[in-house]
Design a protein around this ligand. Structure first.
Ligand SMILES: Cc1cc2nc3c(=O)[nH]c(=O)nc-3n(C[C@H](O)[C@H](O)[C@H](O)COP(=O)(O)OP(=O)(O)OC[C@H]3O[C@@H](n4cnc5c(N)ncnc54)[C@H](O)[C@@H]3O)c2cc1C
Length: 399
Protein backbone atom coordinates (compact mmCIF):
# COMPACT_ATOMS: atom_id res chain seq x y z
CA UNK A 1 0.00 0.00 0.00
CA UNK A 2 1.33 3.47 -0.87
CA UNK A 3 2.53 5.65 1.98
CA UNK A 4 0.61 8.92 2.25
CA UNK A 5 2.83 12.02 2.43
CA UNK A 6 1.47 14.82 4.59
CA UNK A 7 3.29 18.15 4.54
CA UNK A 8 2.45 20.61 7.28
CA UNK A 9 3.80 23.70 8.99
CA UNK A 10 3.23 22.47 12.54
CA UNK A 11 2.95 18.95 13.92
CA UNK A 12 1.46 18.69 17.40
CA UNK A 13 1.99 15.36 19.18
CA UNK A 14 -0.68 14.88 21.88
CA UNK A 15 -4.21 16.22 22.01
CA UNK A 16 -4.59 16.88 25.74
CA UNK A 17 -5.26 20.42 26.90
CA UNK A 18 -1.79 21.62 25.86
CA UNK A 19 -1.97 20.27 22.28
CA UNK A 20 -5.65 20.96 21.63
CA UNK A 21 -5.37 24.46 23.17
CA UNK A 22 -2.49 25.30 20.84
CA UNK A 23 -4.39 24.03 17.81
CA UNK A 24 -7.39 26.19 18.80
CA UNK A 25 -5.23 29.27 19.42
CA UNK A 26 -3.57 28.88 16.01
CA UNK A 27 -6.78 28.22 14.07
CA UNK A 28 -6.96 31.58 12.33
CA UNK A 29 -3.25 32.29 11.91
CA UNK A 30 -2.73 30.68 8.52
CA UNK A 31 -0.70 27.58 9.45
CA UNK A 32 -1.32 24.04 8.25
CA UNK A 33 -1.46 21.87 11.36
CA UNK A 34 -1.50 18.14 11.99
CA UNK A 35 -2.37 16.87 15.47
CA UNK A 36 -1.56 13.24 16.27
CA UNK A 37 -3.36 11.86 19.32
CA UNK A 38 -2.78 8.33 20.64
CA UNK A 39 -6.06 7.78 22.44
CA UNK A 40 -9.56 7.57 21.01
CA UNK A 41 -11.11 8.11 24.45
CA UNK A 42 -12.11 11.46 25.95
CA UNK A 43 -9.68 13.08 28.43
CA UNK A 44 -9.80 12.08 32.13
CA UNK A 45 -12.60 14.11 33.71
CA UNK A 46 -10.90 14.46 37.13
CA UNK A 47 -7.87 16.36 35.86
CA UNK A 48 -7.43 20.13 35.43
CA UNK A 49 -10.83 21.81 35.44
CA UNK A 50 -10.18 25.22 37.06
CA UNK A 51 -8.90 27.97 34.79
CA UNK A 52 -7.11 30.86 36.51
CA UNK A 53 -8.15 34.50 35.77
CA UNK A 54 -4.89 35.10 33.88
CA UNK A 55 -5.76 32.20 31.57
CA UNK A 56 -9.39 33.29 31.21
CA UNK A 57 -7.96 36.51 29.73
CA UNK A 58 -5.90 34.42 27.30
CA UNK A 59 -8.97 32.36 26.31
CA UNK A 60 -10.86 35.59 25.72
CA UNK A 61 -8.11 36.79 23.36
CA UNK A 62 -8.22 33.45 21.54
CA UNK A 63 -11.97 33.94 21.06
CA UNK A 64 -12.87 30.66 22.76
CA UNK A 65 -14.70 31.96 25.85
CA UNK A 66 -18.17 32.15 24.23
CA UNK A 67 -17.90 28.46 23.28
CA UNK A 68 -16.87 27.51 26.83
CA UNK A 69 -19.75 29.48 28.37
CA UNK A 70 -22.28 28.13 25.85
CA UNK A 71 -21.18 24.57 26.71
CA UNK A 72 -21.71 25.00 30.46
CA UNK A 73 -18.54 26.50 32.03
CA UNK A 74 -19.24 28.15 35.41
CA UNK A 75 -17.51 30.86 37.45
CA UNK A 76 -15.76 30.31 40.77
CA UNK A 77 -15.24 33.42 42.85
CA UNK A 78 -12.52 32.56 45.32
CA UNK A 79 -10.71 30.28 47.73
CA UNK A 80 -11.40 29.77 51.41
CA UNK A 81 -9.33 28.09 54.10
CA UNK A 82 -11.43 26.73 56.96
CA UNK A 83 -11.04 24.70 60.13
CA UNK A 84 -12.60 21.23 60.01
CA UNK A 85 -15.67 22.58 61.80
CA UNK A 86 -16.07 25.29 59.18
CA UNK A 87 -14.66 28.42 60.86
CA UNK A 88 -13.09 30.73 58.33
CA UNK A 89 -9.29 31.03 58.56
CA UNK A 90 -8.55 32.96 55.37
CA UNK A 91 -10.81 34.27 52.61
CA UNK A 92 -9.38 34.99 49.13
CA UNK A 93 -12.25 36.53 47.12
CA UNK A 94 -11.59 37.48 43.51
CA UNK A 95 -14.56 39.51 42.32
CA UNK A 96 -13.33 42.95 43.43
CA UNK A 97 -9.88 42.62 41.91
CA UNK A 98 -9.10 45.00 39.02
CA UNK A 99 -8.97 42.26 36.39
CA UNK A 100 -10.74 41.75 33.06
CA UNK A 101 -12.10 38.44 34.38
CA UNK A 102 -12.03 38.35 38.20
CA UNK A 103 -13.05 34.72 38.53
CA UNK A 104 -11.87 31.19 37.90
CA UNK A 105 -13.63 29.28 35.15
CA UNK A 106 -14.77 25.76 36.09
CA UNK A 107 -15.28 23.34 33.22
CA UNK A 108 -14.79 19.58 33.02
CA UNK A 109 -11.37 18.61 31.67
CA UNK A 110 -12.70 16.53 28.77
CA UNK A 111 -15.11 19.31 27.77
CA UNK A 112 -12.25 21.84 27.64
CA UNK A 113 -10.29 19.50 25.36
CA UNK A 114 -13.28 18.80 23.10
CA UNK A 115 -14.15 22.50 22.81
CA UNK A 116 -10.55 23.27 21.77
CA UNK A 117 -10.55 20.47 19.17
CA UNK A 118 -13.87 21.63 17.71
CA UNK A 119 -12.54 25.19 17.44
CA UNK A 120 -9.24 23.96 15.94
CA UNK A 121 -11.27 22.28 13.19
CA UNK A 122 -12.42 25.76 12.00
CA UNK A 123 -8.97 25.90 10.37
CA UNK A 124 -9.47 24.25 6.98
CA UNK A 125 -5.79 23.28 7.07
CA UNK A 126 -6.14 21.37 10.36
CA UNK A 127 -6.03 17.58 10.40
CA UNK A 128 -6.56 15.40 13.48
CA UNK A 129 -5.09 11.90 13.18
CA UNK A 130 -6.55 9.80 15.97
CA UNK A 131 -5.78 7.25 17.28
CA UNK A 132 -2.16 7.31 16.14
CA UNK A 133 1.15 7.39 17.98
CA UNK A 134 3.86 10.01 17.66
CA UNK A 135 6.99 7.97 18.31
CA UNK A 136 8.59 6.94 15.02
CA UNK A 137 10.55 10.11 14.30
CA UNK A 138 13.01 10.76 11.51
CA UNK A 139 15.68 13.33 12.37
CA UNK A 140 18.29 15.23 10.36
CA UNK A 141 20.87 17.71 11.67
CA UNK A 142 19.05 17.93 15.02
CA UNK A 143 15.63 18.65 13.49
CA UNK A 144 12.65 16.31 13.25
CA UNK A 145 11.97 16.02 9.53
CA UNK A 146 9.39 13.25 9.62
CA UNK A 147 6.97 11.26 11.73
CA UNK A 148 5.84 7.84 10.50
CA UNK A 149 2.34 6.90 11.67
CA UNK A 150 -0.18 4.14 11.16
CA UNK A 151 -3.40 5.77 9.99
CA UNK A 152 -6.58 4.84 11.90
CA UNK A 153 -8.34 3.79 8.70
CA UNK A 154 -5.38 1.58 7.71
CA UNK A 155 -2.21 2.32 5.82
CA UNK A 156 0.88 4.31 6.67
CA UNK A 157 1.68 7.99 6.45
CA UNK A 158 4.73 10.13 6.80
CA UNK A 159 4.20 13.61 8.16
CA UNK A 160 6.74 16.23 7.08
CA UNK A 161 6.59 19.17 9.55
CA UNK A 162 8.54 22.42 9.74
CA UNK A 163 8.07 22.65 13.50
CA UNK A 164 7.10 20.03 16.08
CA UNK A 165 5.31 20.60 19.38
CA UNK A 166 5.59 17.78 21.92
CA UNK A 167 2.41 17.96 24.00
CA UNK A 168 2.19 14.29 24.90
CA UNK A 169 1.97 14.58 28.66
CA UNK A 170 3.77 13.37 31.72
CA UNK A 171 5.26 10.20 30.16
CA UNK A 172 6.18 12.05 26.96
CA UNK A 173 7.62 9.87 24.19
CA UNK A 174 8.73 12.97 22.32
CA UNK A 175 10.79 13.99 25.36
CA UNK A 176 12.31 10.55 25.81
CA UNK A 177 12.97 9.66 22.18
CA UNK A 178 14.46 13.03 21.28
CA UNK A 179 16.88 13.11 24.23
CA UNK A 180 15.37 15.69 26.59
CA UNK A 181 16.35 15.16 30.24
CA UNK A 182 14.44 15.95 33.46
CA UNK A 183 14.79 16.49 37.20
CA UNK A 184 12.24 14.28 38.93
CA UNK A 185 10.65 14.14 42.36
CA UNK A 186 8.20 11.43 43.47
CA UNK A 187 5.72 12.57 46.12
CA UNK A 188 4.83 9.98 48.74
CA UNK A 189 1.06 10.49 49.02
CA UNK A 190 -1.19 9.69 46.07
CA UNK A 191 -4.45 11.61 45.79
CA UNK A 192 -7.87 10.03 45.85
CA UNK A 193 -10.42 12.06 43.89
CA UNK A 194 -14.10 11.83 44.74
CA UNK A 195 -17.19 13.51 43.42
CA UNK A 196 -20.54 14.24 45.09
CA UNK A 197 -23.66 16.33 44.49
CA UNK A 198 -23.98 19.48 46.60
CA UNK A 199 -25.40 18.86 50.08
CA UNK A 200 -25.36 22.57 51.02
CA UNK A 201 -25.54 25.91 49.22
CA UNK A 202 -22.42 27.84 48.24
CA UNK A 203 -23.52 30.83 46.10
CA UNK A 204 -19.94 32.11 46.02
CA UNK A 205 -18.88 28.80 44.46
CA UNK A 206 -15.54 28.74 46.31
CA UNK A 207 -12.80 26.19 46.49
CA UNK A 208 -12.55 25.32 50.19
CA UNK A 209 -9.54 23.78 51.89
CA UNK A 210 -10.41 22.21 55.25
CA UNK A 211 -7.26 22.20 57.38
CA UNK A 212 -7.71 19.01 59.44
CA UNK A 213 -5.29 17.51 61.96
CA UNK A 214 -4.80 14.45 59.72
CA UNK A 215 -4.41 16.39 56.48
CA UNK A 216 -6.09 18.81 54.13
CA UNK A 217 -9.37 18.04 52.36
CA UNK A 218 -10.14 20.09 49.27
CA UNK A 219 -13.76 20.69 48.24
CA UNK A 220 -13.53 21.79 44.63
CA UNK A 221 -16.46 23.16 42.59
CA UNK A 222 -17.53 21.17 39.53
CA UNK A 223 -20.31 22.21 37.16
CA UNK A 224 -23.92 21.01 37.54
CA UNK A 225 -24.05 21.40 41.34
CA UNK A 226 -21.31 18.87 42.01
CA UNK A 227 -18.08 19.03 43.97
CA UNK A 228 -14.83 17.18 43.56
CA UNK A 229 -12.82 16.20 46.62
CA UNK A 230 -9.08 15.76 46.59
CA UNK A 231 -7.43 13.99 49.52
CA UNK A 232 -3.79 12.94 49.95
CA UNK A 233 -3.66 9.37 51.28
CA UNK A 234 -1.02 6.78 52.16
CA UNK A 235 -0.06 4.15 49.55
CA UNK A 236 -1.25 1.53 52.04
CA UNK A 237 -4.71 3.15 52.23
CA UNK A 238 -5.61 2.67 48.56
CA UNK A 239 -7.02 -0.82 49.26
CA UNK A 240 -9.35 0.58 51.92
CA UNK A 241 -10.60 3.28 49.56
CA UNK A 242 -11.19 0.82 46.73
CA UNK A 243 -13.28 -1.41 49.00
CA UNK A 244 -15.09 1.48 50.71
CA UNK A 245 -18.86 1.99 50.60
CA UNK A 246 -20.66 5.33 50.36
CA UNK A 247 -21.30 5.08 54.09
CA UNK A 248 -17.61 4.38 54.90
CA UNK A 249 -16.59 7.47 52.96
CA UNK A 250 -19.35 9.59 54.48
CA UNK A 251 -18.06 8.76 57.98
CA UNK A 252 -14.43 9.29 57.05
CA UNK A 253 -15.06 12.66 55.41
CA UNK A 254 -17.18 13.80 58.33
CA UNK A 255 -14.41 12.81 60.73
CA UNK A 256 -11.86 14.77 58.69
CA UNK A 257 -14.11 17.83 58.46
CA UNK A 258 -17.52 17.79 60.21
CA UNK A 259 -18.48 20.92 58.24
CA UNK A 260 -18.69 18.78 55.08
CA UNK A 261 -21.87 17.16 56.39
CA UNK A 262 -23.33 14.04 54.80
CA UNK A 263 -22.02 13.44 51.31
CA UNK A 264 -22.92 10.81 48.72
CA UNK A 265 -19.52 10.37 47.11
CA UNK A 266 -18.26 8.20 44.29
CA UNK A 267 -14.58 7.59 43.59
CA UNK A 268 -13.21 9.04 40.35
CA UNK A 269 -9.67 7.71 40.68
CA UNK A 270 -6.27 7.54 42.36
CA UNK A 271 -3.40 9.73 41.21
CA UNK A 272 0.30 9.19 42.00
CA UNK A 273 1.99 12.59 42.05
CA UNK A 274 5.29 13.38 40.41
CA UNK A 275 7.33 16.41 39.50
CA UNK A 276 9.28 16.20 36.23
CA UNK A 277 11.03 19.36 35.19
CA UNK A 278 12.75 19.33 31.81
CA UNK A 279 16.22 20.88 31.67
CA UNK A 280 15.45 22.20 28.19
CA UNK A 281 12.18 22.76 26.38
CA UNK A 282 13.69 23.15 22.91
CA UNK A 283 15.92 21.00 20.70
CA UNK A 284 16.26 21.88 17.02
CA UNK A 285 12.76 22.45 15.63
CA UNK A 286 11.06 20.69 18.56
CA UNK A 287 9.48 22.39 21.57
CA UNK A 288 7.82 20.73 24.56
CA UNK A 289 4.73 22.12 26.21
CA UNK A 290 2.41 21.16 29.07
CA UNK A 291 3.18 18.13 31.22
CA UNK A 292 5.76 16.97 28.66
CA UNK A 293 7.86 20.04 29.58
CA UNK A 294 7.02 20.10 33.27
CA UNK A 295 4.55 17.94 35.11
CA UNK A 296 3.75 19.08 38.61
CA UNK A 297 1.77 18.12 41.68
CA UNK A 298 -1.94 19.00 41.36
CA UNK A 299 -1.86 20.69 44.83
CA UNK A 300 -2.14 24.17 43.43
CA UNK A 301 -4.21 23.41 40.29
CA UNK A 302 -1.56 24.81 37.96
CA UNK A 303 -0.54 22.18 35.36
CA UNK A 304 -3.19 22.92 32.76
CA UNK A 305 -2.96 26.65 33.46
CA UNK A 306 0.78 26.63 32.88
CA UNK A 307 0.33 24.67 29.65
CA UNK A 308 -2.08 27.34 28.36
CA UNK A 309 0.05 30.27 29.56
CA UNK A 310 3.07 28.82 27.76
CA UNK A 311 0.95 28.10 24.69
CA UNK A 312 -0.10 31.77 24.61
CA UNK A 313 3.52 32.97 24.61
CA UNK A 314 4.54 30.35 22.04
CA UNK A 315 1.80 31.21 19.51
CA UNK A 316 2.74 34.88 19.64
CA UNK A 317 6.41 34.14 18.97
CA UNK A 318 6.20 31.65 16.12
CA UNK A 319 7.57 32.65 12.73
CA UNK A 320 4.67 33.73 10.50
CA UNK A 321 3.38 31.12 7.99
CA UNK A 322 5.50 32.55 5.14
CA UNK A 323 8.71 32.21 7.24
CA UNK A 324 8.06 28.89 8.99
CA UNK A 325 9.83 27.02 6.19
CA UNK A 326 13.09 28.72 7.23
CA UNK A 327 14.80 26.41 9.80
CA UNK A 328 16.87 29.29 11.21
CA UNK A 329 13.73 31.34 11.85
CA UNK A 330 12.11 28.37 13.63
CA UNK A 331 15.14 27.73 15.86
CA UNK A 332 15.48 31.39 16.71
CA UNK A 333 11.77 31.75 17.59
CA UNK A 334 11.84 28.67 19.82
CA UNK A 335 15.03 29.85 21.54
CA UNK A 336 13.42 33.22 22.31
CA UNK A 337 10.31 31.49 23.68
CA UNK A 338 12.39 29.29 25.97
CA UNK A 339 14.70 32.08 27.14
CA UNK A 340 11.76 34.30 28.03
CA UNK A 341 9.29 31.83 29.49
CA UNK A 342 11.29 29.06 31.15
CA UNK A 343 12.74 31.19 34.01
CA UNK A 344 9.21 32.40 34.82
CA UNK A 345 7.94 28.83 34.99
CA UNK A 346 10.94 27.68 37.06
CA UNK A 347 9.78 30.11 39.76
CA UNK A 348 6.15 28.94 39.45
CA UNK A 349 7.28 25.31 39.76
CA UNK A 350 9.36 26.05 42.86
CA UNK A 351 6.32 27.66 44.54
CA UNK A 352 4.10 24.76 43.48
CA UNK A 353 6.59 22.26 44.93
CA UNK A 354 6.45 24.01 48.32
CA UNK A 355 2.65 23.81 48.34
CA UNK A 356 2.82 20.19 47.20
CA UNK A 357 5.12 19.22 50.06
CA UNK A 358 2.70 20.88 52.46
CA UNK A 359 -0.09 18.66 51.12
CA UNK A 360 2.07 15.57 50.67
CA UNK A 361 3.35 15.67 54.21
CA UNK A 362 0.30 14.45 56.04
CA UNK A 363 1.72 14.99 59.51
CA UNK A 364 -0.20 17.20 61.89
CA UNK A 365 2.72 19.55 62.61
CA UNK A 366 2.91 20.74 59.00
CA UNK A 367 -0.85 21.39 58.94
CA UNK A 368 -0.65 23.36 62.20
CA UNK A 369 2.16 25.44 60.68
CA UNK A 370 0.15 26.10 57.49
CA UNK A 371 -2.95 26.99 59.51
CA UNK A 372 -0.91 29.46 61.56
CA UNK A 373 0.45 30.97 58.34
CA UNK A 374 -3.03 31.42 56.81
CA UNK A 375 -4.43 32.84 60.09
CA UNK A 376 -1.57 35.37 60.24
CA UNK A 377 -2.19 36.32 56.60
CA UNK A 378 -5.89 36.89 57.39
CA UNK A 379 -4.96 39.48 60.03
CA UNK A 380 -2.63 41.38 57.72
CA UNK A 381 -4.51 43.11 54.86
CA UNK A 382 -1.37 43.53 52.74
CA UNK A 383 -0.44 39.87 53.05
CA UNK A 384 -3.94 38.55 52.44
CA UNK A 385 -4.31 40.85 49.40
CA UNK A 386 -1.01 39.51 48.01
CA UNK A 387 -2.05 35.94 48.75
CA UNK A 388 -5.37 36.45 46.95
CA UNK A 389 -3.63 38.13 44.03
CA UNK A 390 -1.23 35.22 43.59
CA UNK A 391 -4.16 32.80 43.18
CA UNK A 392 -5.06 34.64 39.96
CA UNK A 393 -1.88 33.57 38.15
CA UNK A 394 -0.93 37.20 37.39
CA UNK A 395 2.56 38.34 38.51
CA UNK A 396 2.66 40.46 41.70
CA UNK A 397 1.62 44.07 41.13
CA UNK A 398 4.39 46.66 41.12
CA UNK A 399 2.12 49.62 41.82
C1 LIG B 1 -6.11 14.82 39.73
C2 LIG B 1 -5.57 15.98 38.99
C3 LIG B 1 -6.18 17.23 39.12
C4 LIG B 1 -5.67 18.32 38.43
N1 LIG B 1 -6.26 19.55 38.57
C5 LIG B 1 -5.77 20.63 37.92
C6 LIG B 1 -6.41 21.92 37.98
O1 LIG B 1 -7.43 22.11 38.63
N2 LIG B 1 -5.86 22.93 37.27
C7 LIG B 1 -4.76 22.75 36.50
O2 LIG B 1 -4.30 23.72 35.89
N3 LIG B 1 -4.16 21.55 36.37
C8 LIG B 1 -4.63 20.48 37.05
N4 LIG B 1 -4.05 19.26 36.89
C9 LIG B 1 -2.93 19.10 35.94
C10 LIG B 1 -3.45 19.06 34.50
O3 LIG B 1 -4.50 18.13 34.37
C11 LIG B 1 -2.31 18.70 33.55
O4 LIG B 1 -1.20 19.52 33.83
C12 LIG B 1 -2.74 18.93 32.11
O5 LIG B 1 -3.89 18.18 31.81
C13 LIG B 1 -1.60 18.55 31.17
O6 LIG B 1 -2.05 18.65 29.85
P1 LIG B 1 -1.13 18.13 28.66
O7 LIG B 1 -1.88 18.41 27.42
O8 LIG B 1 0.24 18.67 28.81
O9 LIG B 1 -0.98 16.57 28.93
P2 LIG B 1 -2.06 15.41 28.91
O10 LIG B 1 -3.37 15.91 29.40
O11 LIG B 1 -1.46 14.25 29.62
O12 LIG B 1 -2.26 15.09 27.38
C14 LIG B 1 -1.32 14.36 26.65
C15 LIG B 1 -2.04 13.72 25.50
O13 LIG B 1 -1.07 13.12 24.66
C16 LIG B 1 -1.51 11.84 24.27
N5 LIG B 1 -0.28 11.06 24.00
C17 LIG B 1 0.60 10.56 24.89
N6 LIG B 1 1.65 10.02 24.25
C18 LIG B 1 1.41 10.20 22.93
C19 LIG B 1 2.16 9.89 21.76
N7 LIG B 1 3.38 9.32 21.83
N8 LIG B 1 1.62 10.20 20.57
C20 LIG B 1 0.40 10.81 20.47
N9 LIG B 1 -0.31 11.14 21.55
C21 LIG B 1 0.19 10.85 22.76
C22 LIG B 1 -2.34 11.32 25.43
O14 LIG B 1 -3.27 10.34 24.99
C23 LIG B 1 -2.99 12.60 25.91
O15 LIG B 1 -4.25 12.82 25.32
C24 LIG B 1 -4.54 18.15 37.58
C25 LIG B 1 -3.95 16.89 37.44
C26 LIG B 1 -4.46 15.81 38.13
C27 LIG B 1 -3.80 14.48 37.98
Amino acid sequence: MAVEHIDCDILIVGGGIGGSGLAAALRARGYSIVLVEASKDPLDTARGDHIQPVVVEILDKWGVLPTFMARGAEKRFGTRYRTPSGELILDCPLENLPLPHPYYLVFHHEKIGQAFLDLAAENKNFRLIRPAWGRDFETKDGDVVGLHVKLPAGGDAIIRPKLVIGADGRSSQVRKLLGFTTDDYEYQSPLVMLTAPHNQEDPHNDLTAFMGATGMTFRIPRTDRHWKFSIPIGQDEIGWWKASTVDDRRKLLKARAPALGDLETSIIGFYPCKLANCHQWVRGNVVLIGDAANSLHPAHGQGMNIALRNAAVLVNNLPPPDKIGDPAAVRSALAVFEAFQKPIMTRVLAGNHQRALEMDNRDGTAIVESTRFYAAAAKDPTQSALFTWLTTGYPPRTS
